[in-house]
Write a protein that binds this ligand. Structure first.
Ligand SMILES: Nc1ncnc2c1ncn2[C@@H]1O[C@H](COP(=O)(O)OP(=O)(O)OP(=O)(O)O)[C@@H](O)[C@H]1O
Ligand SMILES: [Mg+2]
Length: 347
């Protein structure tokens, strides 16, 4: 069996809240493995803890509890000095390439500074490496002498990907890498990521709230809700048979393509618990159309749905976990009702 390159076990990350004594429960016991050459997708609404997980993996945040292993080595609490040599092995690409790049540096130097930082090549060899990296991300060599403001969003994201590749990483964390881009250029970036993974065998942790994108690129996915995994499994299995009411809602809702609409923060307001006051039971219970008393008793553990496919819902045991089954609700079309509430509009 192939050993995972990254192993995240029962990861917890809390932040102090704005009021004294308040705690923000951003990540609450998340576990997953990332194998060489594999892409794991993290999907969930705004505030579900996706970026926090990514930042813990990169050790930009120190986890509150749990364990992170990279290449078999426990990196959960190692000091920055010990982490530094590992930094080139785990790279990150952010959502907004404009703000990720120094506007006063030419593109060639932006890529070159990473090569310089992590290799001892001389100037001529570095230039060659930069040209080769640009070619690998299909960036025209003419652009290397330009400044970031002369490039399009898609081209800039290619620069960021070239910078991430410059160190030959084993893992790349991609935090919403296509969310700021026009729909027309997204596909090109996703295609590039697939191509690079096939060429290099790099593993990817792909963070997105856009389900379609996640399905396209991920071998496995984790559906997150308020810092907990509510469902995980092979991408195909989760999309074919979403088994947690929250995943069903996400997948069945006629979600508009604009991620800002999908992520409308308003849907987490009101009676919905925030990560400060988490309910003791299932985090989704306060919004779940299938809620029953035992949902609030204790946080449900993962129930097996299929091979490597789990959903953390008490209703899995008796097969009543399907919100698409309108008959389950005497009040009528539960699915439509939920869909309206969920995406905050009537259809
Ligand atoms: N540095 C921080 N200090 C305090 N709270 C934080 C910090 N970073 C994140 N949080 C909180 O932790 C929770 C999870 O945030 P996170 O950014 O990980 O969510 P996300 O899933 O990446 O959301 P988005 O889709 O909006 O990027 C949120 O409630 C957020 O406000
Ligand atoms: Mg985020």
């Amino acid at each position: 069996m192939v050993e995972p390159i990254l192993r995240v076990h029962d990861l917890v990350k809390h932040f102090p809240g704005s009021q004294p004594g308040e705690t923000i429960h951003a990540v609450n016991g998340v576990s997953f493995d990332l194998k060489p050459g594999e892409t794991v997708g993290l999907v969930g609404e705004s505030g579900s803890g996706k970026s926090t997980i990514g930042r813990c993996v990169l050790r930009l945040y120190k986890p509150t509890a749990g364990r992170i292993e990279f290449g078999g080595r426990d990196i959960t609490t190692i000091k920055e000095r010990q982490m530094r040599p590992l930094r080139k092995e785990i790279q990150i690409v952010f959502q907004d390439p404009y703000s990720a790049l120094n506007p006063r540096m030419k593109v060639g130097n932006l890529i070159g500074e990473l090569v310089k930082l992590h290799t001892d090549l001389d100037a001529a060899a570095r230039r060659e490496t930069v040209t080769a990296l640009a070619a690998r991300v299909h960036l025209n060599a003419d652009l290397l002498t330009r400044f970031p403001n002369e490039l399009s969003g898609g081209q800039l994201q290619r620069v960021c990907i070239a910078r991430a590749l410059a160190t030959n990483p084993k893992v790349i964390v991609l935090d919403e890498p296509t969310s700021s881009l026009d729909l027309s250029v997204r596909a090109g970036i996703l295609e590039l990521l697939g191509e690079l993974q096939r060429e290099t065998g790099v593993s990817m942790l792909f963070i997105s709230h856009d389900l379609e994108t996640v399905e396209l690129v991920s071998h496995r996915i984790l559906v997150l809700y308020l810092g907990s995994v509510v469902e995980d499994g092979p991408s195909k299995a989760v999309f074919a048979n979403p088994s947690h009411p929250y995943s069903q809602a996400l997948l069945s809702a006629d979600l508009p393509p604009d991620p800002d609409v999908v992520l409308d923060r308003k849907i987490l307001e009101g009676e919905v618990p925030g990560p400060v006051n988490l309910p003791p039971g299932c985090p989704f219970a306060p919004r779940c159309p299938l809620v029953r008393p035992d949902c609030n008793a204790a946080k449900p553990g993962p129930s097996v749905i299929g091979e490597d496919h789990h959903a953390a819902c008490v209703r899995v045991a008796d097969g009543t976990n399907d919100i698409r089954n309108a008959d389950a609700n005497a009040e009528g079309d539960i699915h439509k009702k939920f869909q309206d509430q969920f995406i905050g509009r009537t259809s």
